[in-house]
Ligand binder design. Structure first.
Ligand code: ADP
Ligand code: ADP
Ligand code: MG
Length: 444
């Protein structure tokens, strides 16, 4: 097992990883920007190194600085968390060549999935259904018309390196397709450093269902059931639950088995998520693989009792998976609300000092956060400041718990998405458990 792990992240996920390391008796090293000097991930780690100024590009994305911190502190592994460098194959490769274990899949796997169009081709070749699309040239009016004819409107334009819900636009006719292709390409170049895009059929009213996978470095792999992530704003998840309230057992087994089989067959190792859309007819289609830990991993932990971060570390240390598929039992129900420092209606970021704070607790109430009373929410980073996760014997009980937990959760000085979550909870369509990715657009 590793003696010392460097956590190349900040906020709640950095704390989550530091805690898992402590339970495994591993020393921890945190890295931080100058702006984050007063953060809990700095306080709770055994050592901490400043790696640059506030701007992510100069600190949390600064590969030479992070590698230097790992070398100076003699860390034998790096956990990247999510976001930042978690899906950067170059970073994983540099770790590999510096003899520092990257806690995640091999760089080759990250590269495989970094291009979403290529990932679709790969999955298709492995027998996983994908959304009908078009990856050919789309420059001239003629080519664009041809693509449109092949797919049929509405068509979704997607950046091959897009992520976090960005780099996507729906076109409903040829004129829009031509216009939006230019826009998405431009935006993608700025945001992701590549203007490559692909087209696919825009599915009406789909559900976002994803499977948590764990594969070790010895060819063993399992899935830990699915997460329902259809409550989204601008294609980014806001609330997640496990299990999905609307997936039937047969479909669950089929999707899960297919996802594991595909990941095992390519020699995937570590934690990963296979994302699908399920259409109104109950057909499912692969959309992408996230080769890292995800923001919503806690709901899976609650219903399976498996600590996914500890599993990631053990897998990276070369251990064999301690369980087989039949050992995984999904019990009870879990829901997570992403609490962002944002205006609850416009979702405009609301950074600033937290003047007062009350965090709920009790049986089945989990809060993953990196903030504290008096903490200053910084404008430089992601607006996610806490995750409220509840667990109970069934969905109804979990919802009842979530209701009071959201009421008790209080932030003074900043605005948060708590009122938004309260509105979602009250909605009959949400209560019914049968909702899709257009929930927000339709009802709010
Ligand atoms: P998840 O995929 O874990 O459900 P998100 O889609 O919200 O959650 O992404 C996780 C985090 O990573 C967020 O902080 C998001 O802003 C960031 N992120 C995801 N993809 C990218 C990307 N391609 N470039 C930059 N940041 C990204
Ligand atoms: P990201 O890398 O940003 O997470 P994804 O490909 O996972 O991008 O898609 C994010 C969300 O965008 C999905 O959960 C879904 O709501 C929507 N989406 C993606 N592809 C389609 C599609 N073909 N039809 C309809 N909605 C889609
Ligand atoms: Mg996705």
């Amino acid at each position: 097992m590793f003696k010392k792990v460097l956590v190349a992240n900040r906020g709640e996920i950095a704390l989550r990883i530091i805690r898992a390391c402590k339970e495994l008796s591993i020393k921890t090293v945190s890295v931080h920007s100058t702006a984050d000097a007063d953060s809990l991930h700095v306080r709770f780690a055994d050592e901490s190194y400043c790696i640059g100024p506030a701007k992510s590009s100069q600190s949390y994305l600064n590969i030479p600085s992070i590698i230097s911190a790992a070398e100076v502190s003699n860390a034998d592994a790096i956990h990247p968390g999510y976001g930042f460098l978690a899906e950067n194959p170059d970073f994983a490769e540099i770790c590999e060549t510096c003899n520092i274990k990257f806690i995640g899949p091999p760089s080759k796997q990250i590269k495989n999935f970094g291009n979403k169009a290529k990932a679709k081709e790969l999955m298709l070749s492995l027998g996983v259904p994908v959304i009908q699309g078009y990856t050919g040239k789309c420059e001239t009016r003629k080519e664009i018309s041809l693509a449109a004819k092949e797919i049929g409107f509405p068509i979704l334009i997607k950046a091959v390196s897009g992520g976090g819900g960005r780099g996507m636009r729906v076109a409903r006719n040829v004129e829009e397709l031509e216009k939006y292709l230019k826009i998405v390409r431009g935006e993608a170049q700025v945001s992701f450093g590549s203007d490559e895009v692909y087209l696919e059929k825009y599915i009406q009213n789909p559900k976002h269902i994803e499977f948590q996978i764990l594969c070790d470095e010895h060819g063993n792999g399992i899935h830990l059931g699915e997460r329902e992530c259809s409550i989204q704003r601008r294609h980014q998840k806001l609330l997640e639950e496990a299990p999905s309230p609307s997936l039937d057992g047969k479909l669950r087994d089929k999707m899960g088995e297919l996802a594991v089989k595909a990941m095992k067959s390519i020699g995937y190792a570590n934690a990963g998520t296979v994302e699908f859309l399920v259409d109104e007819g109950g057909d499912f289609f692969f959309i992408e693989v996230n080769p890292r830990i995800q923001v919503e991993h806690p709901v899976t932990e609650m219903v399976t009792g498996v600590d996914l971060i500890k599993e990631q570390i053990k897998i990276a240390a070369g251990e064999k998976l301690a369980f087989k598929q039949e050992d995984i039992r999904i019990q009870g129900h879990s829901i997570q609300c992403r609490i962002n420092a944002e205006h609850p209606e416009t979702f405009v970021p609301s950074p600033g000092k937290i003047t007062s704070l009350n965090i709920p607790g009790g049986l089945g109430v989990r809060v993953d956060t990196g903030i504290y009373g008096g903490y200053n929410v910084l404008p430089f980073y992601d607006s996610l400041i806490a995750k409220l996760i509840v667990f109970d014997k069934d969905r109804e009980a979990a919802l009842a718990k979530l209701k009071w937990a959201l009421e008790e959760f209080h932030f003074g000085g900043i605005q948060t998405t708590i009122p938004f979550h309260q509105k979602v909870l009250q909605h009959p369509q949400f209560k019914s458990g049968n909702y899709n990715t257009n929930f927000l657009e339709t009802y709010f």
